[in-house]
Design a protein around this ligand. Structure first.
Ligand SMILES: [Zn+2]
Ligand SMILES: [Zn+2]
Length: 286
């Protein structure tokens, strides 16, 4: 079984009820954080997960809402680790990730210096191991494997999705993308697809062009559902609601997805949790 927890279901606009985009996936005894939006560690703490328990950080792309708390993840993992041989944090993301991580550590250079000067047992800055990828298998440890595929969020590029597999269960994390062949292939036959979505009917009605622009490079609820149907996934998990999903609107969003996907649909608030068991997929439509 793979367990998916929506840590943050918000978007770039601060929301009192929703943290920024991030999802936690637990497979076997490994824990993966996918994207690290605003407030991610507070949400993780709510389910008893600390930064020092992460097996790896996976980044779908380098938009600010998806990496807003990268510094918090790096520094908090470092200061809350009391074992002398903590391994470097694996960080897997698209090209550009190494520069973002390096510059984030640079921004915290003073903090890192203060702590090394103050604590005898802190002798080195936070250790990271960054891998930049656009395609292929990136992880294989203790029967958990992770594959990456290209997505389409242009002009943000390159962007990637992740497919995590464990004992026949699988979950795909699409990130922000329009429907594309790369995601179709990555998601084919997966147990669950976690997809970020926008409501085009609501966004189109807003009087600000900069906000309406977001329709160019995101999937609508209906498009995410069509992708799920084409790929034959078992469960569609919607997150990153734009505009924010208001209390009481859940059924509206669910109905839009259900008009294009007739299997299990999950959506909700931060900390919504979904179990993905082996064998819940259908057959891809192609
Ligand atoms: Zn984005
Ligand atoms: Zn986003």
């Amino acid at each position: 079984m793979i367990e998916v927890t929506l840590l943050g279901t918000g978007s770039p606009i601060p929301d009192a009820r929703r943290a920024g985009p991030s999802t936690l996936v637990r497979a076997g005894d490994q824990t993966f954080l996918i994207d690290c939006g605003r407030g991610v560690l507070q949400r993780a703490a709510a389910i008893g997960v600390g930064a020092n328990q992460l097996s790896a950080l996976l980044l779908t792309h380098l938009h600010s809402d998806h990496i807003a708390d990268l510094g918090d993840v790096l520094i908090t993992r470092w200061v809350s680790n009391f074992s002398p041989d903590m391994p470097p944090l694996p960080i897997i993301g698209p090209p550009g990730t190494a520069e973002v991580v390096e510059n984030t550590l640079k921004a915290f250079r003073f903090d890192i210096g203060y702590r090394i000067a103050h604590h005898a047992d802190l002798t080195a800055p936070p250790l990271v191991e960054v891998e930049e990828v656009t395609d292929g298998v990136v992880w294989g440890r203790d029967e958990v494997s992770i594959r990456v595929g290209p997505t389409d969020h242009r002009p943000v590029e390159p962007t990637i999705g992740f497919r995590i597999e464990h004992h026949g269960a699988s979950v795909v994390l699409a990130g922000d993308t329009v429907p594309c062949a790369g995601l179709d292939q990555l998601a084919a036959g997966a147990g669950a697809l976690v997809h970020t979505v926008i409501r085009q009917d609501l966004v189109d009605a807003l009087p600000v062009q900069r906000i309406r622009d977001i329709c160019d490079y995101h999937s609508t609820v209906e498009q995410a559902a069509e992708t799920a149907t084409r790929a034959g996934v078992g469960i569609l998990i919607l997150t990153h609601y734009v505009p924010t999903l208001q209390p009481g609107q859940e059924d509206q969003w669910r109905a839009l997805a259900a008009s294009h996907f007739d299997r299990q649909i999950e959506l909700g608030d931060d900390l919504h949790r979904v179990e993905v068991h082996p064998g819940v997929c259908a057959k891809p439509a192609w």
